[in-house]
Structure formats: structure tokens, C-alpha cells
Design a protein around this ligand. Structure first.
Ligand SMILES: NC(=O)c1ccc[n+]([C@@H]2O[C@H](COP(=O)([O-])OP(=O)(O)OC[C@H]3O[C@@H](n4cnc5c(N)ncnc54)[C@H](OP(=O)(O)O)[C@@H]3O)[C@@H](O)[C@H]2O)c1
Length: 307
């Protein structure tokens, strides 16, 4: 893996490897956090209708464009369709309401277009393809420069392929040493679907440890992160970096974009500094054996079969 800073979604659409995650950043915290992230060098911001912070993210972007003298085209902004989940008593979105949803997100963000629009999760068997058709239309209307999905497994991706529709350009999924999804990642690679890794920092003992930020981790997972002989602690020492930087670098060396979230300015800067060292082949091979096949951040069904 070279020290490229971006992967191609299309010949004219480059997705930076380093992105700033905004889940669990409130609408009122988002202007400061996003402004700080862009000042620290992040050029890719990940939000979603579901995070209820698009207005704050948009405000942070405007502040940064002005203070850093950047153009809109210097930034890569992703948001996500909340597709509606009948199992949670919600009305699944149709093609028309999908199109309306991006227009509403753009109004909250204060932007004319997003760089990437994703279906947040493959909830509804009946409407999934209708929602995907909505995203394809939004790309044609130039409201999204690229379109993709999130939390889709091989079965869900096959559904789109079998329907003869345009392929998603990216799939945003939980990916870290404990959740490596090798079959899904190689399926995506074969088809040129970019991987965006979320929750890269799951193995850290501090991951979502703030009050009210439920981690979904078992007690055993929590204590694994605290052990002084944790493999990531040892590697961090060897490379003279932090555990968080090792976990993020692992993602980038695998060709995944990563989306670390932090509201702490020092950690936010630390997480951006992942291009000045390499994890060696022996350590990459050791990490490859650490897959536990678990979803910690958010389990949305079978990793292979569509539901
Ligand atoms: N598409 C999806 O379904 C989906 C699902 C989950 C996440 N995501 C996206 O992916 C982004 C990242 O995932 P995530 O928010 O779940 O987790 P993450 O970025 O892997 O980890 C965030 C947690 O780690 C802490 N942290 C951050 N940097 C640290 C460092 N250098 N050292 C120690 N602790 C550190 C943060 O606390 P502090 O803030 O206090 O630093 C927070 O508790 C999200 O924000 C969101 O944009 C997408």
C-alpha cells in the first residue's frame, strides 16, 4: 500500500482515505468539531440523516471553508438515507421519498450536492431496490457525485447486480481487526466497490466509553482492550505511535477509507496522523489472524445472505 491519500470512486471522484466520523456528535457540538477536523486536515466528513446533526455539520463546513479559505470542491461530504425500518414501526421509503430525503438533507447541510449518498442499511426487502433506484436518479440529477450503500452484505449487493442496476460505488461497513469480513471485502474488490470502514477503534478500551455512548461490547472485549500485552499496545510501542493510529493505519493499508470520530482536539489530530508510518508485513499477517467475525458497533443481520 502506497501513501496515496484517496481512492477512486470514479475517474473524477476521489474518496479520501481519512474521513471524520460524526455519529454521537450532537447537532450543537458538530459546528466546533467539524470546523476543528477540517482545520486539522480532514477533507472527508461522514454524517447521516439518522445522526440528527446535518445542520451542525453544515455549519462547521461553512466556518471551515471561510477560515481555511477552502472551496467546496476541496471537501468530500457523505450523508446517508434513513431508509425506514418497518420492524421499528417506520414507513420504508419509496423511490420518491428517497429523492425527497436527500433534498431535505441538503437543505439541512446548506449544500447544493453531496459527494457520496448512501443507503444507511438494507432494512426493507420490498423497498430496497426502489430506494437504490432513487439514489441512481439523484446521481443523474447531480445531487450526489457518487452513490453507494452501507451495511450491505453479499446477498444485498447481489440483489442490485441481479436486477441489472448500476453497482454501488462504495459500501460503508464495520471493519476492524475483530471484524474483517474477508468474503465481503473480496467480493467488493472484484467489483470495484470501495470499502469504507466504520468503528475502526472498537478494540480500544476507551471506545464509546463516555456516559450514554453504549458500546455493545461484552465484558471480555472490554478487558481485552485494557490488557498491557494487547497486541495493539505492543505494535504502538514498536512503531512509536498510539494504538488508535495502528488500528486506523491497518484500515488504510488494507485499502479502506477510515472515519475516526473524536470530539477531543488532541485525539482528533492524532487520528489524522496515519500516513507517516507503515505496519510491516509480519504484523499485518498477525492482525489478519485476529478476526473474530463479530459485529460490535451495530449488527444488521447475516454477513452473507440477504434478509
Ligand atoms: N454506516 C454506519 O452504519 C455506521 C455505523 C457506525 C459508525 N459509522 C461512522 O463511522 C464513524 C466512526 O465510528 P464510531 O464513531 O462508531 O467509532 P470510532 O471512530 O471507531 O471510535 C470513536 C470512539 O473512540 C474514541 N476515540 C477516538 N479517537 C481516539 C483516540 N485516538 N484514542 C482513544 N480513544 C479515541 C472516541 O472518544 P472521544 O470522542 O472522546 O475521543 C469514541 O469513544 C462514525 O462516527 C460514523 O460517522 C457509520
Amino acid at each position: 500500500m502506497s501513501n496515496e491519500r484517496a481512492q477512486n470512486l470514479a475517474h473524477d471522484v476521489k474518496l479520501p482515505f481519512l474521513g471524520f466520523g460524526t455519529y454521537l456528535i450532537s447537532d450543537s457540538e458538530a459546528p466546533v468539531a467539524v470546523h476543528e477536523a477540517i482545520r486539522a486536515g480532514y477533507r472527508h466528513i461522514d454524517t447521516a440523516e439518522f445522526y440528527q446533526n446535518e445542520a451542525g455539520v453544515g455549519e462547521g463546513i461553512r466556518r471551515a471553508l471561510e477560515s481555511e479559505r477552502l472551496s467546496r470542491s476541496d471537501l468530500f461530504v457523505t450523508t446517508k438515507l434513513w431508509p425506514g425500518n418497518a420492524a421499528w414501526g417506520q414507513m420504508p421509503k419509496t423511490t420518491e421519498t428517497t429523492i425527497a430525503s436527500l433534498h431535505e438533507s441538503l437543505a439541512r447541510l446548506g449544500l447544493d450536492y453531496v459527494d457520496l449518498y448512501l443507503i444507511h442499511a438494507p432494512f426493507d426487502h420490498e423497498q430496497r431496490l426502489a430506494q437504490w433506484r432513487g439514489l441512481v436518479a439523484l446521481k443523474e440529477q447531480k445531487k450526489a457525485r457518487a452513490v453507494g450503500v452501507s451495511n450491505f452484505n453479499i446477498g444485498h449487493l447481489k440483489e442490485i447486480e441481479d436486477a441489472g442496476l448500476a453497482q454501488p460505488q462504495a459500501n460503508e461497513i464495520e471493519l476492524h481487526p475483530w471484524a474483517q469480513k474477508p468474503e465481503l471485502v473480496s467480493y467488493m474488490k472484484e467489483r470495484g466497490i470501495a470499502a469504507i470502514a466504520y468503528s475502526s477503534l472498537v478494540p480500544l478500551s476507551t471506545w464509546r466509553s463516555a456516559p450514554g455512548h453504549d458500546s455493545g461490547k461484552t465484558d471480555a472485549m472490554k478487558s481485552d482492550g485494557q490488557r498491557p500485552d494487547s497486541p495493539f499496545k505492543l505494535m504502538a510501542k514498536k512503531y512509536g505511535v498510539t494504538e488508535a493510529q495502528v488500528l486506523l493505519r491497518w484500515g488504510v493499508q488494507n485499502g479502506f477509507s477510515v472515519l475516526p470520530k473524536s470530539t477531543n482536539p488532541d485525539r482528533l489530530r492524532e487520528n489524522a496522523d496515519i500516513f507517516s508510518f507503515n505496519i510491516d508485513a509480519g504484523d499485518m499477517a498477525a492482525i489478519a489472524k485476529m478476526d473474530r467475525g463479530v459485529a460490535v458497533a451495530w449488527s444488521v443481520g447475516d454477513p452473507i445472505k440477504a434478509a
